[in-house]
Design a protein around this ligand. Structure first.
Ligand SMILES: NC(=O)c1ccc[n+]([C@@H]2O[C@H](COP(=O)([O-])OP(=O)(O)OC[C@H]3O[C@@H](n4cnc5c(N)ncnc54)[C@H](O)[C@@H]3O)[C@@H](O)[C@H]2O)c1
Length: 317
């Protein structure tokens, strides 16, 4: 039996389809290790409490030894209290006919509220991954309303895009996915992202169909990517928690001005995570950016600047 004190892990959108895979991955030790007990806090909206109750039943029925307490709630104070890690998966979905601005506006309200709750109730060293779309800008808004928590603790997920790229390359080269390294996703988790394989090892040729993969999964499954998104969010947090060694991973993080990307934009860069007690990450520096890459990277940055402007225009304070 582990001697470690339990950590508190929050999953929002806990009644949704990503969370349905994610909570099991987390609770069986895939992210924080098989010797790390944890309390799992599951947040969703009031309307979903019955469904969430079913998820709790199943989690209990998994008989997972690391899982101590399970809390299902729609109350931010209960959900965010003393948490060590937040998987912010829940978001307002894009409905038919909805303009991008409407989607951003709805999500600003959600992520402003969750930022304020993090500021008020969470541990000051809480690590945050935003999965809910538009993930990069949601992370930016969340951080804006949590000024007592370091900006670098707010990240957004582009790991699914990286994993998709690595899997495609491995398939094409008939090698193991672990043998593929240094694949980079630059920019926004959107169609303007730039999957960059120029530095990849174990790769012979060209970029793949990464930007369109999400649509292909929807077409086949009639539902959006969920298991792979859950796995990717676990990879993101596990690497941040334990470190990457010399592997590069892509994370959308607040820009420090690296590669000419405006400071503060939550932009996907290649990073190395140092692990240890500090759990820091560093943007990989010194990569040569050719003209083609520059134009792709700038296009995604421009989209993020527009999103930031739109999102901030609906923030009243
Ligand atoms: N970054 C990525 O790579 C990536 C990949 C896949 C999906 N996503 C995004 O992840 C999000 C979740 O996807 P899903 O398939 O699980 O969706 P889903 O619709 O199945 O579940 C979303 C859940 O969030 C809940 N929710 C809505 N507002 C909430 C709030 N304010 N607080 C707490 N919960 C709230 C809903 O009630 C629902 O249960 C979507 O925004 C999706 O676009 C991102």
């Amino acid at each position: 039996m582990s001697q470690k004190a339990p950590i508190r892990v929050l999953v929002t959108g806990a009644a949704g389809q990503i969370a349905y895979s994610l909570v099991n991955f987390i609770a069986k030790g895939d992210v924080f290790g098989t010797d790390q007990p944890l309390d799992l806090i599951l947040l969703d909206i009031k309307l979903m409490m019955e469904v969430l109750g079913g998820v709790v039943m199943e989690l209990k029925d998994c008989a997972l030894p690391l899982l101590r307490e399970i809390v299902a709630t729609d109350d931010y104070e209960v959900a965010f209290k003393d948490i060590d890690v937040a998987f912010l998966v829940g978001a307002m979905p894009r409905k038919q006919g909805m303009e991008r601005k409407d989607l951003l506006t709805a999500n600003v309200t959600i992520f402003k509220g969750q930022g304020q709750a993090l500021d008020k109730y969470a541990k000051k060293n809480v690590k945050v991954i935003v999965v809910g779309n538009p993930a990069n800008t949601n992370a930016l808004i969340c951080s804006k309303y949590a000024p007592s928590i370091p900006k670098e603790n707010f990240t957004a997920m582009t790991r699914l895009d990286q994993n998709r790229a690595m899997a495609q390359i491995a398939e094409r080269l008939d090698c193991n996915v672990n043998d593929v390294n240094k694949v980079i996703i630059w920019g926004n988790h959107s169609a303007t992202q730039y999957p960059d394989v120029r530095f990849a090892t174990a790769v012979k040729n060209g970029a793949t169909m990464i930007q369109k993969r999400g649509a292909a999964v929807i077409a086949a499954r009639k539902l959006s990517s969920a298991m792979s998104a859950a796995k990717a969010s676990c990879d993101h947090i596990k690497d941040w928690w334990f470190g990457t060694g010399d592997r590069w991973v892509s994370m959308a993080v607040p820009s420090d001005g690296s590669y000419g990307i405006k400071e503060g934009l939550v932009y996907s860069f290649p990073v190395i995570c140092t692990g240890g007690d500090e759990r820091k990450y560093k943007i990989v520096q010194g990569l040569k950016i050719d003209d083609f890459s520059r134009s792709k990277m700038d296009l995604s940055a421009k989209e993020l600047e527009e999103e930031r402007e739109m999102a901030l225009s609906v923030c009243k304070d």
